[in-house]
Design a protein around this ligand. Structure first.
Ligand SMILES: *Cc1c(COP(=O)(O)O)cnc(C)c1O
Length: 436
């Protein structure tokens, strides 16, 4: 077996994830000394002997326990593939996870994980709002399998949440599913409080798993496993991929939970393909650089927006002075506000659309976490599936615009935002910023 642990330390000191993204889990001797792992573009793997094939299948199908130091052998690319295994080992480093699985999309990671950990009769308690696809899966797909989804409102107090859990029939609550910060409001959910609830009401026979969609801040700026989460999920399409050129997802958890999730992935065939796995590894090399740079620009943009006469309010994680509860969660969970900003433009949908249509450098598109800045209108785009009264309860307004800030120069972003505000009717002053 390849000594990954030795690679991760120098003189007993553990190296930072960003230092390991170029080399961890790969031995150049496997590939003629190539410094980068090749793309293992293969469907199947040749066994050295029939006995070896038998041994690999015994492990893959759980017919016997692994010997010490024995890893699952390569069989077939729906089960495992080196391009994905190296990627998965690297993904573990950011979140401090024991194991990870890569998926064909964020929705593949979410749906596979939920189907792996839930059974008919179970109840999932989930935060609101969540990503539109997750919302649909929870409310329209899971019920077909006899699983009930119950949402909790953004400003539910710990007492209200406890009452909601107490109202669920004993033994039926199997999962608390949380997206934090929430898309598109940046609303934070207290993971430590949710983990305490799960522990308090769960038991060995009926565990309650805390599953967290960490797409918005992770894996650099928030680490839910450290706050009591059992599973962390990602749309790797966003920051992990980071260049708006691939669709992928990931799940991270303890080894026993990942065994269940990977088994479901094998039978649903929702794994990532080797080429996408390789692209993700390339992206991981610059992950921290990209996320930090985007967050620096986002802070400048958010502060500028907050002072703009056409902006009614901003939804941004360092603009929480008036909300001590949210500010406290931010201090406990988040290492940075990240690069997602929502704001309410004065007026309504008409003004929001005029603004969006006038943008030049910032592209009008859904998705987020890429190198380029994007803008969209949640009420009629990403969250249009949610009824208007429900949108209102979740804090999604008709005049809300969501920005994903990329790695462009911050001054140029302000120039673009300024001219778009001018198109709505109020010219803006763009401060003289030093080019970074
Ligand atoms: C985009 C997104 C998803 C879905 O991911 P895909 O890769 O598009 O399937 C899930 N959760 C959040 C928070 C997202 O932003």
């Amino acid at each position: 077996m390849f000594p990954k642990e030795e690679q991760a330390c120098i003189g007993g000191q553990r190296l930072a994830p960003e230092s390991l993204m170029m080399s961890y889990g790969y031995n150049p001797a496997w590939s003629e000394g190539a410094i980068k792992p090749p793309i293992f573009q293969t469907s199947t793997f040749v066994f050295n002997s029939a006995e070896e094939g038998k041994a690999h299948f015994e492990l893959a199908y759980g017919l016997r326990q692994a010997n010490p130091d024995e890893e699952m052998g390569l069989i077939y690319s729906r089960l495992n593939n080196p391009s994905l295994e190296i990627l998965e080992h690297r993904l573990c480093l950011w979140d401090g996870a024991e194991d990870a699985a890569s998926f064909a999309s964020g929705m593949a990671a979410i749906s596979t994980t939920l189907l792996a950990l839930l059974k008919p009769g179970d109840v999932v308690l989930h935060s609101e709002p969540v990503y539109g696809g997750s919302d649909y899966f929870l409310k329209n797909v899971l019920p077909k399998f006899g699983i009930t989804a119950v949402g909790f409102r953004p400003h539910a107090t710990p007492a209200e949440l406890t009452a909601q859990v107490a109202g669920i029939e004993q033994g039926r609550l199997a999962m608390i599913f949380v997206e934090t910060p929430a898309n598109p409001t940046n609303h934070l959910v207290d993971l430590e409080a949710c983990a305490a609830l799960a522990r308090q009401h769960g038991s060995e026979e009926n565990p309650i798993r805390l599953v967290v969609d960490n797409t918005f801040l992770g894996p650099v700026f928030q680490h839910p496993l450290k706050h009591g989460a059992d599973v962390v999920l990602y749309s790797a399409t966003k920051f992990l991929g980071g260049h708006s050129d691939l669709i992928a997802g990931a799940a991270l958890a303890s080894r026993p939970l990942m065994k269940e999730i990977k088994a479901m992935r094998t039978f649903m065939g929702t794994m990532c393909d080797p080429n996408t796995g390789w692209m993700l590894m390339r992206s991981l090399e610059t992950l921290k650089l990209r996320m930090e740079r985007a967050a620096t620009s986002a802070q400048v943009v958010a502060d500028w927006l907050r002072r703009h006469p056409l902006v009614e309010r901003t939804y941004y994680l360092t603009h929480l002075e008036h909300n001590p509860v949210q500010q406290d969660i931010y201090r406990r969970h988040c290492l940075s506000p990240g690069s997602m900003i929502s704001f309410d433009i004065r007026g309504g949908e008409k003004e929001a659309f005029r603004f969006l249509n006038a943008l030049k450098l910032i592209k009008l598109a859904v998705s987020l976490g890429g190198t380029e800045s994007l803008a969209e209108h949640p009420a009629t785009m990403t969250h249009s599936d949610i009824s208007v009264p429900e949108q209102a309860e979740m804090g999604i307004t008709p005049q809300m615009i969501r920005l994903s800030i990329g790695v462009e120069d911050a001054r140029d972003l302000l120039l673009d935002l300024g001219q778009a505000f001018a198109a709505v009717g109020v010219p803006s002053e763009v401060p003289k910023l030093e080019l970074a």
